[in-house]
Design a protein around this ligand. Sequence first.
Ligand SMILES: [Zn+2]
Length: 68
Amino acid sequence: MPSVQAAGTAMPVPLAPYPTPVPFTPPNGAQSQLVCSGCRNLLMYPAGATSICCAVCSTVTVVPAPEI
Ligand SMILES: [Zn+2]
């Protein structure tokens, strides 16, 4: 009969030893900003996007390669 040894060497999993810090937006976070090449509006786009279609002038602005 198999049995699980639960006492002795088993270590308890820590449950949130400290309160979760307030998340902040890193410079290269999930969202970036780019100036529209058509109307110079500041566009916000999610990270990973390769091009943005401006909602104001419908100009497609190519997103430059992210810095690594
Ligand atoms: Zn635009």
